[in-house]
Design a protein around this ligand. Structure first.
Ligand SMILES: [Zn+2]
Length: 341
């Protein structure tokens, strides 16, 4: 190892858990980080500082002022200039460690690019803000036999699970179907304590470093914690015998029919989002969630709300029309943040 690297990683090299051999493995490793929000920021910074050789970032959003309380890679300048997160992250990370090879994709992670994005990396990290993307990551990684680390943070807590196909449960072993639209709280409806995704992201990065140096002792252990109350738990999870993904190898989230369908409504300056499978959505529950941040009206048939300046209509089958835009990526992002899969 060149002297400058011995110096740079000296405190990490001292750790028995990593040492010179582990450091060499990290340098030869590569990671895909899906989503560069709060989780992704922390994960990316941790892996780049630790000396992972190549890091690929993918994110569809731009930096906004409301991101800054938890998304540690960005600043007020990025928000004012509305810089795409993947680009802002790349600029910041390249100043942190110039020896890491960095790649940034400003794109929506989807069945169309999932497999190619992860084909040539050692591990995938979940920094997403929606469940649909997590099921796509799960399909792609199980199909490719690739480890990935699931993480999620909302409110004052979060969860983390390292997944190694064949060696432990996959996401669908634990949660066979995504929950119906509007049934899961999101950071945009219930809020998030800034330190929650930072801690979950640190746990995800640590789990990735362990896997990259060859330590699989944490595979299948689901960590759950609440930073406000201090409560935390660790549960050993098991593979499901009839898991459609890791046992039957059906990768339905990688096919167009398995994910939400986004279409621009021509001449109406609106985008329609149709969920993967028509769902029976509890619109009253969605209304209760939205009312914490905006006015939402339920007329017994459908729900209307003004979200981030857009009139949004939500139907009982989970379909939504977002008015005032033809930007499908932005409309899908709004749907994921406030309504969910
Ligand atoms: Zn499974």
């Amino acid at each position: 190892m060149p002297p400058n690297l011995t110096d740079r990683y000296s405190r990490q090299l001292l750790l028995n858990e990593i040492g010179e051999q582990g450091q060499q493995r990290l340098a030869e490793s590569s990671a895909l980080i899906v989503g560069c929000g709060a989780l992704g920021s922390t994960i990316a910074q941790s892996l780049v500082r630790a000396g992972v050789g190549r890091v690929r970032l993918v994110d569809r959003d731009v930096v906004e002022l409301s991101n800054l309380h938890r998304q540690i890679l960005y600043d007020e300048w990025d928000a004012a200039a509305k810089v795409p997160k993947a680009k802002a992250a790349l600029a910041r990370l390249s100043r942190i460690n110039s020896s890491t090879q960095l790649e940034a994709e400003v794109a929506s992670y989807s069945p169309h690019n999932a497999e190619s994005l992860s084909a040539d990396v050692s591990i995938v990290l979940d920094g997403t803000d929606n469940l649909e993307a997590r099921y796509i990551i799960n399909d792609a990684c199980v199909k490719q036999g690739k480890p990935w680390v699931y993480g999620g943070a909302v409110g004052t807590g979060g969860v983390m699970l390292p997944i190694v196909p064949e060696q432990g449960p996959c996401l669908r072993c634990l949660f066979e179907e995504p929950p119906p639209a509007g049934s899961v709280p999101t950071c945009d409806t219930v809020g998030v304590l800034g330190t929650a995704p930072i801690l979950i992201g640190a746990l995800q990065a640590t789990a990735a470093l362990k896997l990259l140096v060859g330590d699989r002792s944490q595979v299948g252990w689901l960590t759950q914690l609440d930073l406000w109350t201090g409560h935390h738990s660790r549960v050993r999870t098991k593979r499901r015998e009839a898991c459609p993904t890791c046992q039957q190898r059906q990768f339905e989230f990688l096919t167009a029919g398995g994910v939400a369908w986004v279409t621009t409504l021509c001449g109406r300056n609106a985008v329609q989002i149709s969920p993967a499978k028509p769902a029976a959505v509890d619109l009253k529950q969605v209304q209760r969630g939205l009312q914490k941040v905006t006015e939402a009206h339920y007329n017994g048939l459908l729900l209307t709300a003004t979200i981030e300046g857009h009139e949004v209509i939500i139907f009982p089958d989970g379909r939504a029309i977002i008015k005032g835009t033809t930007d499908e990526i932005a409309a899908k992002a709004l749907y994921d943040r406030y309504i969910g899969v």
